[in-house]
Each structure stands twice: as C-alpha cells, then as structure tokens.
Design a protein around this ligand. Structure first.
Ligand code: DOR
Ligand code: ZN
Length: 333
C-alpha cells in the first residue's frame, strides 16, 4: 500500500547554521518541496544581506534536492516602510517574537504596542507580507498562549488586511479565535497533534519532548486534531522542528525544541490514517499553505509506503522525536 503527496510544505522550520545546518537540513530537503525558514539565529536575521547569505548557505547544503527555502525576517520595531518594500522580493514572511519567550528571542519585542508599531503593520498589509507570531506572554507556562489571544484579537481587528499567522498553536482558545477572524491563520506542529504535557512530564521527564509552547491538555490536542485532520483551510502544517545537540537537551537547563524533521511525513500519515482522514493530508501539508501564502511550490512527489521502521536513537548528535519507536509509514527513498 502506498500513496503520494504532492509538494509537501513545512511552514515553520528551524534549520540553524554551521555544522548543525549541514547535518540536519537534508531531513527536510528530502521530504519537502519547501519550508518557511525561521530567523532566530544568533544574531537574528534582521537585514537583507544576512538573509540572502543565510539563504545561500542553506541552498549550498541542500544542493541536489528540489527544495525551496522561503525566508523570513526577525521582526524589529525600527523597520520602515521603505526597508519592507526593499525586503519584499526576498521574503515570504516576518516573524515576531515577544522578547525572551523562547530560544534566541532576547532581541524580540518588549511590549507589543499596536499604536506604535502600526506603520509597520500597515506597510506589511499593503505589501502583502504575512506576519508570523510566536504567541506567548511571559506568564504562567500553561497560560502563556491563552493570555496572548487578546493580542491576536487586537491585531486582527486593527489590521484587517494583514495576514496574521498564529504559529504553532497549542490550545482550544487559539482554535476558537482563529475561526472568528478572517485574517487569522495558524500553523500546527506534529508534536502538538500527538503529545500532551503528560508525555513531557507526567511520568519520567522527557527532555526531547520539551518545547515552547509546551504541549497542553487532551482537550487542546483534540481541538488541534479537529482542525488538522479536517484540513480546515485556516491551518497548515508547520513542524517547528528545532534541533539542539543532545548535551543541550539531556541536562539541567534543557533547551526548548523538538527535532521532528526525520519523522514528520511518516507520523502524519499514521495519525491521518488512524482517523480515516488520509485524503485530507495533502491539503494540510501543502494546499492550505499554498493558498494562505500564495505560493507555487516546485513539483515534487513524495511517495509513502506502508512499511514499518524504527526511528534512529540519534542523528548527528541530535535525538529525534520518537527515537527508538516504530512507525508504520515510510517515505520511499
Ligand atoms: O521549542 C522551541 N524551540 N520553540 C521555539 O519557539 C523556538 C525553538 C528553537 O529555536 O529552538
Ligand atoms: Zn519555531
């Protein structure tokens, strides 16, 4: 038994830089036609030159694969309309991080003052540049995303022509507001479709499932599954695959991030098949993103076959999600 996915897209991916980039980019480049590349390097990608040279480094390591890196800039409050116009041809989105909420976000936005930032949001609306947002406050860990929903609502109301993408949503609250505002969209990760906080910290602590936003409750996971499995047009797949070296994970002060890239399509196929929704996978991993971002990805057919395999324990000193576990579907090499 097998089926084909046409030009899958991962609309939220951390490829890192240097050796890590060299080692891990292939896992995405082999199985996806393109991905939205996150800009939270150290230092973050905030200007056109560093964006273009980062893109070059990515293209160099994925040469030989049909893979398009769609680039994003790291939102800064001093961006001008003129700068955005110059950047527009090179970017697919701008990613806003509230300061300090996640890995390498220290130089993010301290306070999202909508009035002060409105010239940027207006310019982005006019230029049709989507705004991707890491939607968390600095509050109590389980409430951070829910608390941020008020900001999403203010933004959606104040800038009706701005495409706002709620990144890696994890809660019923986000699923609710998404449906209420025409200009709100969302990415959903593999891990938030499959795990809850119980898998992270309910038994023995699993640092490899620790990420931000943290996985939440069963009802939250079900709300996300309802959106993804039905390929709701307002959601698309974004893995947030975020590799960290094993010694940065298996220690006190564990870095946030789950390395899911090597298992994404296999695990998604298993989930969609389990719910009898395999026919919706194409829309969730590709078509919805094409519509939301107005993309025409390169033609790339990925064949998945029903063939059990065991996820390796480690790949280049990074532990992948579900290491050592078996999956039912495999991407045909
Ligand atoms: O868990 C996460 N890891 N969440 C993020 O938002 C960033 C990412 C990373 O870059 O490691
Ligand atoms: Zn991310």
């Amino acid at each position: 038994m097998q089926f084909t996915l046409n030009s899958p897209l991962d609309m939220h991916l951390h490829l890192r830089d240097g050796d890590m980039l060299k080692n891990i980019a292939k896992f995405s480049a082999k199985e996806f036609a393109g991905a939205l590349i996150m800009p939270n390097l150290m230092p973050p990608v905030t200007d056109i030159n560093s964006l273009l040279s980062y893109k070059e480094r990515i293209l160099e390591v994925v040469s030989g694969e049909n893979f398009t890196p769609y680039m994003s800039l790291f939102f800064k409050s001093d961006y001008t309309a003129d700068f955005l116009q110059k950047a527009k041809p090179y970017i697919a989105a701008i990613k806003l991080y509230p300061s300090g909420v996640t890995t390498n976000s220290e130089s993010g936005i301290e306070r999202i003052d909508i009035k002060k930032l409105s010239p940027i949001f207006e310019a982005m609306s006019e230029l049709c540049i989507p705004l991707c947002v890491h939607g968390e406050t600095n509050g109590f860990v389980m409430d951070r995303e829910r608390e941020f929903c008020a900001v999403y609502e203010q933004l959606a109301k104040a800038f009706p022509n701005l495409i706002i993408i709620m990144e890696h949503i994890t809660t019923c609250a986000s699923a609710e507001i998404l449906k209420r505002y025409e200009n709100l969209y969302a990415t959903i990760t593999l891990h938030h479709l499959l795990i809850t906080l119980d898998d992270v910290a309910g038994g023995l602590l699993n640092p490899h499932l620790f990420c931000k936003p943290i996985a939440k409750r069963h009802e939250d996971k079900e709300a996300l599954q309802e959106l993804a499995l039905n390929a709701n047009k307002k959601v698309m797949f974004g893995s947030d695959s975020a590799p960290h070296l094993v010694d940065k994970k298996e220690r006190c002060g564990c870095a946030a991030g789950i390395f899911s890239a090597p298992i994404i399509l296999s695990a998604l196929a298993e989930l969609f098949e389990k719910h009898n929704k395999l026919t919706n996978l194409q829309a969730f991993v590709s078509n919805n993103a094409r519509d939301i971002y107005k993309l025409t990805p390169i033609e790339k057919n990925i064949i998945l076959e029903k063939k059990e395999w065991i996820v390796p324990a480690k790949l280049h000193d990074v532990v992948p999600m579900f290491a050592g576990q078996s999956l039912k579907w495999k991407v045909k090499p």
